[in-house]
Design a protein around this ligand. Structure first.
Ligand SMILES: C[S@@+](CC[C@H](N)C(=O)[O-])C[C@H]1O[C@@H](n2cnc3c(N)ncnc32)[C@H](O)[C@@H]1O
Length: 357
């Protein structure tokens, strides 16, 4: 729970994830065991049958680069026992045990269901299982001209030529540009333009009602990503409390455990696990994969309303929507992504400070 009176952020226990995972795991194991029991109950063979068959094959270590597919050994057993029902998993497990006890784990090798063994009845075959990725790529690319535009295609829109670099320019002119770069919150230019678009939406459509100097405002950036990028941008450029919430927060290899940015909090959580109580609230949803209704249920503001800026993406265009927008939705051509629709609301109903937690 944050101690700032203008903004209290608490995490509630939904359903412990480990409980769900454990239950799913137990159910899956139980289903697999039941299937194995059903299967085994129909087999006519016992371990001794398999052991006798493997002994008769008299396996040896195969010459270099020669392999025997496990399935061929099973086929040989089936051919030799046409009337019986072979349980595949039991057969493979007996085969594995037999080979390990015969050759030891050092001599025995397995590649993609092939074993480095041979026998007169099931002879090994020359198979090239070694894939050298660099060589394979070099072979594929031989004689091909590299496309100078081969980097990620960033815009799939008819209005490609209308894309502007204004947010990159704005970024370069910012006092906090160095700190933003040092904090490593932005993984690439695409994410940067999306966060700047949200900031521009506030500046253009909400700044009369939500002043940058008002410390009573809390900005909640929902689905901010692995790093608290949009929340950080607002924390640098306003005097608000800025709270980033995302269940993937901190999961990128260069995510930090903490960021030395005033008034910024980041939480590795789903928004539905959070209860955020504040005097005034602006929700920002930049390509968030969660609905607006779910988000609003986690917010409590003094007058029971929250403003919202959203850039929906993927299949969240209808889940991040509500009537009575402050301005008609618009396409922000400075966002380097095909998902550049911006929606702004001045007052959406959320909880009030008196609502139960
Ligand atoms: C497409 S990514 C967008 C990340 C970032 N805003 C960006 O534009 O790069 C969608 C994000 O929504 C987050 N998300 C999914 N469910 C969520 C939930 N219930 N509460 C908060 N965030 C959620 C995901 O973890 C993911 O980081």
């Amino acid at each position: 729970m944050s101690s700032d009176p203008a903004c209290s952020v608490a995490r509630i226990e939904l359903e412990p994830k480990w409980l769900t995972l454990q239950r799913d795991h137990n159910e899956r194991v139980e289903r697999e065991r039941a299937a194995a029991r059903a299967d085994v109950s129909t087999t006519n063979f016992e371990r001794s049958h398999y052991a006798a068959f493997f002994d008769a094959l008299a396996f040896e270590v195969a010459p270099e680069d020669e392999w025997t597919a496990r399935e061929r050994i099973l086929e040989a057993f089936r051919d030799a026992h046409v009337d019986g029902n072979v349980e595949r998993d039991a057969f493979m497990s007996e085969l594995g045990e037999h080979l390990v006890s015969k050759f030891g784990t050092k001599a025995l090798r397995r590649r993609k269901d092939n074993l480095n063994i041979t026998s007169a009845r099931v002879p090994s075959e020359k198979v090239n299982l070694r894939v050298n990725k660099k060589l394979a790529k070099a072979k594929r690319m031989k004689g091909r001209q590299l496309d100078p535009n081969r980097s990620r295609k960033i815009v799939a829109s008819k209005a490609e030529d209308a894309i502007s670099s204004r947010y990159m320019t704005e970024f370069l002119q910012l006092h906090c540009a160095t700190e933003l770069v040092e904090s490593r919150v932005f993984p690439d230019a695409k994410e940067l333009t999306e966060s700047f678009s949200a900031f521009n939406a506030w500046r253009t459509h909400l700044s009369d009602d939500f002043s940058a100097d008002d410390p009573n405002i809390t900005l909640v950036s929902v689905g901010d990503g692995h790093t608290p990028r949009t929340a950080a941008l607002f924390a640098f450029r306003t005097r608000w409390n800025c709270v980033a919430v995302d269940p993937e927060m901190g999961f990128a290899k260069d995510s930090k455990a903490s960021y030395d940015i005033d008034r910024l909090q980041h939480h590795c959580a789903k928004i539905e696990e959070m209860r955020i109580k504040t005097k005034r609230c602006i929700i920002v949803m930049v390509h968030a994969h969660v609905s607006l209704a779910t988000t609003l249920r986690s917010i409590q503001a003094e007058d029971g309303t929250a403003a919202c800026i959203a850039l929906p993406c993927c299949n969240y265009y209808s889940a991040i929507d509500a009537p009575n927008r402050a301005v008609p939705e618009y396409e922000d051509m400075s966002v380097i992504s095909p998902h550049r629709t911006v929606r702004v609301w001045k007052a959406l109903p959320c909880g009030t400070s008196e609502s139960p937690q």
